[in-house]
Design a protein around this ligand. Structure first.
Ligand code: SAM
Ligand code: SF4
Length: 326
């Protein structure tokens, strides 16, 4: 079992399958970003070895993310192997949805259980402005394909950015009236140097909630007031789905954190918003034994930081979101 020094049991692994992406969201990466060379990246067999290792330490929940996980070569085969690894009980993916139209069914057949699809606005022009390269129709078709393939309940992730989509939140929330989806609004996190966005463009979860309630009426607490992962859940009266708020910046949920992250270049990242990492790739390639690797993971997890330091002005500088796995 992987415990940290604060007594949290860490059993949820987010694997960033690649730092590459077919979009360039303004809050995530610059348009002219450069990627790491393939040789520095975890190969399929290395990912599978590490997944097996993590399951022996009690990790039972895995989310595949990126970058854009669906652009990784052989992603369906990789999903099949991970899904069939003993000990993996939950397997989901966070994706921009662009390729789901053709990949949703093969991914579901390979053993993927659910997807979170990022969608920040229902306005095609604003969507293009936010993602720089994206077409809203592709994502919408991807969401429909995911639902048809049984990758449900579908969760929609919307990062709210002042000057871009803060007026679109009620329209997104309204989707839950007719769809059994969870539409989650995420506070934008600062990653120094990665984007031109300023902290003033953060829209707090409270502000987003107030904007939604001004249009759609008071939201009713859902899920018995319990967090679902990191989201506080509510329901519009009579809706089929839920509206969630992820207030990572203004009201972090660090005490409930059960996560560790594996970066595309094989580092165990202990906190999304702190720089501390443990290199697993180098020892793996240098022939470390499974026992040695297991000990590296356990020692790293033990030192997992309590929480992020945004309130004290501490911002992680060494990586952007797409290299960590949001
Ligand atoms: N490409 C996939 C996607 O967009 O869903 C997966 C990777 S993306 C880095 C994972 C999640 O992080 C997405 O929901 C995205 O909106 C979110 N994200 C990216 N940059 C962010 C930022 N600066 N603050 C908050 N969320 C961010
Ligand atoms: Fe790509 Fe996802 Fe980052 Fe957008 S948020 S640029 S889709 S990795």
């Amino acid at each position: 079992m992987a415990l940290d020094r604060f007594g949290r049991r860490i059993h949820y692994l987010r694997i960033s399958l690649t730092d590459h992406c077919n979009l360039r969201c303004v809050y995530c990466m610059p348009e002219d970003t450069t990627f790491r060379p393939p040789a520095e990246m975890l190969q399929d067999d290395e990912i599978l070895t590490l997944v097996q290792l993590f399951t022996t330490l009690g990790f039972d929940k895995i989310r595949l993310t990126g970058g854009e996980p669906t652009v990784r070569a052989h992603v369906v085969d990789l999903v099949r192997e991970i899904a069939h690894t003993p000990g993996v009980n939950k397997l989901s993916m966070t994706t921009n949805g662009v390729l789901l139209r053709k990949l949703a069914r093969p991914l579901a057949e390979a053993g993927l259980q659910r997807v979170n699809v990022s969608l920040d606005t229902l306005d095609p022009e604003k969507f293009h402005r936010l993602t720089r390269w994206g077409k809203l129709d592709d994502v919408w078709a991807g969401i429909e394909a995911a639902e048809a393939a049984g990758l449900s309940p579908v969760k929609i992730n919307a990062v709210v950015v002042r000057g871009y989509n803060e007026n679109d939140v009620a329209g997104l929330a309204r989707l839950t009236l007719d769809h059994p989806w969870q539409v989650r609004f995420i506070e934008m996190m600062p990653f120094a140097g990665a984007t031109d966005l300023q902290t003033g463009q953060l829209v707090t979860a409270l502000e987003t909630q107030a904007d939604i309630e001004a249009e759609l009426g008071q939201l009713e607490p859902a899920n018995g007031g319990e967090l679902d992962g990191e989201a506080r859940l509510f329901r519009i009266h009579g809706a089929l789905g839920d509206v969630g708020f992820i207030s990572s910046v203004t009201a972090p949920f660090c005490e409930l954190c059960t996560r560790a992250r594996l970066t595309p270049d094989g580092r165990l990242r202990l906190c999304l918003l702190r720089e501390g990492e443990v290199d697993l790739l180098t020892p793996l390639r240098n022939g470390a034994t499974l026992t040695e690797l297991r000990q590296l993971i356990l020692d790293g997890i033990w030192l997992k930081p309590w929480g992020h330091g945004l309130a004290d002005g501490v911002i992680a500088l060494n990586r952007v979101m797409s290299e960590i796995g949001g």
